[in-house]
Design a protein around this ligand. Structure first.
Ligand code: PLP
Length: 353
């Protein structure tokens, strides 16, 4: 009898990544930093209009959308590529630059996919710990860690789950020190922060910036993000990507979403107001938290962290425990004011305050 094929060593050694996504429908989703209201109605309209038999039978075309997103971001279409979420784009960048044994530097804790895709290619994820006790960005330690095997430095700005953002000056310092290594600035939460590294592109040939339609734009289920760099880098990264990884409905939705900036601006304003209320109430309650530049806040709940998440889940409110990377930490998304009021009421009840 034939035998079972053995996975590569890197895959054998990896723990499966299992996000707790089971049964989220109908609950108050404060666990994944999504748009808690939904996408622009124009996106739904775009799906309705596009959903014909002929459209679905045809392979996707990206050029018009690349042009549109390029214009929106102030770069040429040759500087833009789409991916099946930022996740795929991180994978593409890693595959383009990281050989087995090469190092990818990342402040830690951060978005798990940086480590995940590094491990898939048998690279070494070097985690540079945030400084305790306040969880401050470990800039000097990161710079000191850049070495001969470093091929990529991945920084989320704002960072998930800490909520802070390295300053543009700090990003420039990293780009200078990185020399010919790739530097990926993941701007998944850009819309809530308003500060971008895109303007640094003309001066730094080693810079990549990623954006997503999963957060402020409310399109996480469609799975689409974009990567921006100079045209030469993008041409190289595209070589290793499946030619049709983003489906044609998602492409239509990107164009509709970009055209409805008022919708995004309105949602961002609501989320920022909700975040302010959340932080003010946490202060009143004496609950420690990290200041945030994104649409979520990291709370320090000590030994009660997991029990609080479980009790709120019982009440139909989902939070994301971060206790595996930071003792006692729980991340909560700031949605609308109304949703935040609902969360705070249930949270206070669970805390017994
Ligand atoms: C920093 C960061 N980057 C990227 C993503 C995922 O983006 P996408 O849905 O585009 O794959 C997340 C989602 O949690 C994130 O926190």
């Amino acid at each position: 009898m034939p035998s079972r094929p053995q996975p590569r060593e890197a895959i054998r050694k990896m723990a499966p990544y299992t996000p707790p996504v089971g049964n989220r429908r109908g609950k108050l989703r404060l666990d994944f930093n999504e748009n808690t209201v939904g996408c622009s109605p124009r996106v739904i309209e775009a799906i309705r209009c596009a959903a014909t038999r002929g459209f679905v039978a045809t392979y996707p075309q990206y050029e018009q959308a690349r042009q549109k997103v390029g214009e929106f971001l102030g770069v040429s279409s040759a500087q833009v590529m789409f991916g099946d979420g930022t996740d795929e784009l991180i994978n593409s960048v890693v595959q383009t630059y990281v050989d087995p044994g090469d190092e990818v530097l990342m402040p830690w804790p951060t978005f798990r996919m940086f480590q995940f895709y590094t491990e898939v290619v048998s690279g070494v994820a070097r985690r540079i710990d945030y400084r305790l006790p306040g969880l401050t960005f470990p800039l000097e330690e990161l710079l000191a860690a850049i070495g001969p095997r470093t091929r990529l430095i991945a920084i989320a700005s704002p960072n998930n789950p800490t909520g802070d953002a390295l300053t543009l000056g700090g990003i420039e310092t990293v780009l200078q020190a990185a020399d010919n290594r790739a530097v990926l600035i993941d701007e998944a939460y850009f819309e809530f922060h308003g500060v971008t590294a895109l303007d640094l592109l003309p001066r730094y040939p080693n810079l990549f910036v990623s954006r997503t339609f999963s957060k402020a734009y409310g399109m996480a289920g469609l799975r689409v993000g974009c990567l921006v760099s100079n045209a030469e880098n993008i041409a190289q990264v595209r070589k290793g990507q499946s030619p049709y990884s983003v489906n044609s409905l998602a492409v239509e939705c990107v164009m509709a979403a970009i055209d409805d900036q008022a919708y995004v601006a309105d949602y961002v304003a609501q989320a920022l107001e909700a975040r302010a209320l959340l932080c003010a109430t946490l202060e009143e309650l004496g609950v420690a938290f990290q200041p945030s530049r994104a649409n979520f806040v990291l709370l320090h709940l000590g030994s009660r962290a997991d029990a609080v998440c479980a009790a709120l889940r019982e009440n139909g409110i989902l939070l994301r425990s971060q206790t595996r990377s930071i003792a006692g930490a729980v991340r909560v998304t700031a949605g609308t004011l109304e949703q935040t009021v609902k969360f705070l009421a249930a949270f206070q009840e669970v805390l017994g305050r």
